[in-house]
Design a protein around this ligand. Structure first.
Ligand code: FAD
Length: 609
């Protein structure tokens, strides 16, 4: 059965034209996916169109962490951190097969302009844990001596090292989180199509938006979709989409900046855990170095961006900057351009007016000096065992309640929910980590409008406990549940390692992947595992091109670059057969893939060097 495929896309495009939806979502990144799952689960007649592949915008180009952003505690931006650090755990509950808890390591150096002193780091980590509710558990933070840091990371620069800290965050798979939300929305009846672009609005006589004009990007045909409410969740594009109706007085809310990540073999830099440190260049920025599969990736840069939104690229300056930073912290690594196996660049959908450079913070000034000093004093007394945990909690609660008085907001802070005079709703900003909360805030407003203006009454689903597709696992017992699932794959003839791989990627959907083995044998040049995964993603995850498959449904292109080339021919042969491509179509898809690979490999840059 084709649950979510080229065929269902065609059907969705037809059905989208036949009815009036309650809600049409423009944009299939994490923000749109998060709205779609809640809308469909709450019974709204929902549609979602995405002009590229799902997550092809920013949501496949992040640092791939679900994190609270400990750095923002430097400015004691408690509001933003409080939201995100609590949401980490919620995302883990609803998508237990995706984010994986990890202990982050943050080394502290004696150098000018460092983000944290040892004291401030300890305060920030304690606060982080308190906000997350993990104080006193095995997940709580730990202060590390210089020797302990070096023991964990022998390659890290010893000179000037004062010590460090270890604290909890989660490693994420951004694009898979998007597709799992979309799949669940589709299961719950949403009409969803990739490669359909909103190109204009339908309006009534009062100038209210009543739907969109859409273009099927694959055929060039345009059609109309009617909807009571249209929500714009197009991230970096959100001004562009809003301004399709505001040519005279364009809204300029977004100020995108570009972030770049580079991937090297783990033999180049070995880090046991994600490591997060000051660049050492005195520019106030911090960089992540993260282990993944057999690779290590690092980033990001943060530069203003004014070019093509669909196509941010890695420049020589980006590479030079990151290599300088990483080689300085890991002096033995001596990484050069030639060592970079793959890379990616993404655009942060920053809301202008939020002045910190790489995130959507709140208004830092909202916290009075008095409550800030009180908090610091209380935490230091706590560290000296002169104050109790309750005292610290009280100090935090007082900061939280003071600041929220000044910026009351139902949606997560750092994001913006706007409703224009024409009725268009725009939800933008934020982070992947707080996508559920952002969507919840938008859905509350949408459900209210549907009731008031259309007499259509819905009750919002409890999204904190509503699992994404593949997430029907007990969150407190994920490892053993996945192990049980993997044994089903072995029964279908897979090697245990392959069955485990599938269970880890697809969670509770893994048996659907294994069951394809009833009718499929390993395709020519492919393992059974690869064949099953490819077919599952074409049948149930709307994979339409080799890039969809290699880059976003799997991470093959980023983290298993060395085994990719040999897979290109057999994968595209199998896709051509299943999707019914002509020879020309196949050639075009392969050319697209090569273009993406050339960019990711930094081919031109390496040749020019
Ligand atoms: P997008 O993912 O860009 O989605 C918008 C979609 O709208 C796109 O797919 C686009 O194709 C589509 N679209 C645009 N115009 C149209 C149209 N006319 N019709 C139809 N579709 C359209 N967050 C974290 O939580 N953790 C991290 O570790 C993290 N690291 C980051 C690192 C970097 C370098 C960057 C850039 C961001 C990072 N973020 C992180 C932030 C996070 O990635 C973004 O906040 C999030 O992905 C934004 O999602 P979105 O859905 O709003 O936008």
């Amino acid at each position: 059965m084709m649950k979510f495929s080229k065929e269902t896309r065609q059907r969705a495009i037809e059905k989208l034209q036949e009815r009036e939806l309650d809600l049409l979502i423009i944009g299939g990144g994490i923000t749109g996916a998060g709205v779609a799952i809640q809308a469909a689960a709450s019974g709204l007649e929902t549609g979602l169109i995405e002009m590229q592949d799902f997550a092809e915008g920013t949501s496949s180009r992040s640092t791939k962490l679900v994190h609270g952003g400990i750095r923002y505690l430097k400015q004691f931006d408690v509001e933003v951190v409080s939201d995100t650090v609590k949401e980490r755990a919620v995302v883990q509950q609803i998508a237990p097969h995706i984010p994986k808890a990890d202990r982050m390591l943050l080394p502290v150096y004696d150098e000018p302009n460092s983000t944290f002193s040892m004291f401030r780091l300890k305060v920030a980590m304690d606060l982080y844990d308190l906000l997350a509710g993990v104080t006193g558990t095995p997940l709580a933070n730990k202060e590390l001596t210089k020797e302990e840091v070096l023991e964990r990371e022998p390659q890290i620069k010893a000179e000037g090292l004062l010590g460090g800290g270890e604290y909890l965050d989660y490693i994420n798979n951004d694009a898979r989180l998007v597709i799992e939300n979309i799949k669940r929305a589709n299961e719950d009846g949403a009409l969803v199509a990739s490669r359909v672009k909103a190109v204009g609005y339908l309006k009534d006589e009062n100038g209210k938006v009543t739907g969109v004009k859409a273009e099927d990007v694959l055929t060039g045909k345009t059609f109309e979709i009617k909807a009571r409410i249209v929500i714009n969740t197009t991230g970096p594009w959100s001004d562009v989409v809003r301004n399709m109706d505001n040519a005279d007085a364009p809204i300029l809310q977004m100020r995108p900046t570009k972030g770049v990540h580079l991937v090297v073999d783990s033999s180049k830099i070995k880090v046991p855990n994600a490591t997060y440190f000051d660049t050492g260049l005195g520019d106030g920025r911090m960089v992540f170095v993260i282990p993944r599969e057999n690779k290590t990736y690092f980033g990001t840069t943060d530069t203003d961006y004014h070019e093509d939104l669909a196509h941010p690229t890695v420049t020589k300056e980006d590479v030079d900057y990151l290599l300088e930073v990483v080689n300085n912290r890991f002096p033995e690594a001596k990484i050069t351009l030639a060592d970079i196996e793959s890379s990616w660049a993404g655009l942060r959908p920053l809301i202008s007016g939020n002045n910190a450079s790489d995130y959507n913070g709140g208004d830092n000034g909202a916290i009075s000096d008095e409550s800030f000093d009180n908090l610091i004093a209380t935490v230091s007394r706590y560290l000296n065992k002169e104050a109790s945990r309750d005292d610290v909690t009280e100090a935090i609660v007082s900061i939280e309640s003071n600041s929220s008085e000044k910026s009351p907001s139902t949606i997560s802070r750092g994001s913006a929910l706007d409703i224009d005079a024409n009725g268009l709703v725009t939800l933008a900003g934020g982070k992947i980590t707080d996508y559920r909360k952002m969507a919840e805030g938008a859905m509350q407003a949408i459900i209210e409008i549907l009731a008031e203006n259309y007499g259509r009454r819905y009750t919002l689903v409890n999204s904190k406990t509503y699992p994404v597709s593949g997430g029907e696992l007990n969150p407190s017992n994920v490892e053993s549940e996945l192990e049980t699932i993997a044994s089903l794959g072995v029964k279908r003839g897979l090697e245990l390692a392959d069955a485990r791989y599938i269970a880890n990627v697809f969670g509770s959907n893994a048996p659907r992947v294994y069951n394809l083995a009833k009718d499929l044998e390993a395709a020519e040049g492919l393992s059974l595992r690869e064949t099953l995964v490819l077919h599952y993603t074409m049948r149930e995850e709307m994979v339409l091109t080799p890039v969809d498959y290699f880059l976003r449904r799997t991470n093959h292109l980023l983290f298993m670059r060395e085994t990719l080339d040999e897979l290109i021919a057999p994968i595209s042969n199998e896709m051509a057969k299943f999707l019914g491509w002509t020879d020309e179509e196949k050639v075009a898809h392969l050319a697209d893939l090569d273009k993406v690979l050339a960019e990711s490999d930094l081919r031109a840059m390496k040749e020019a060097n």
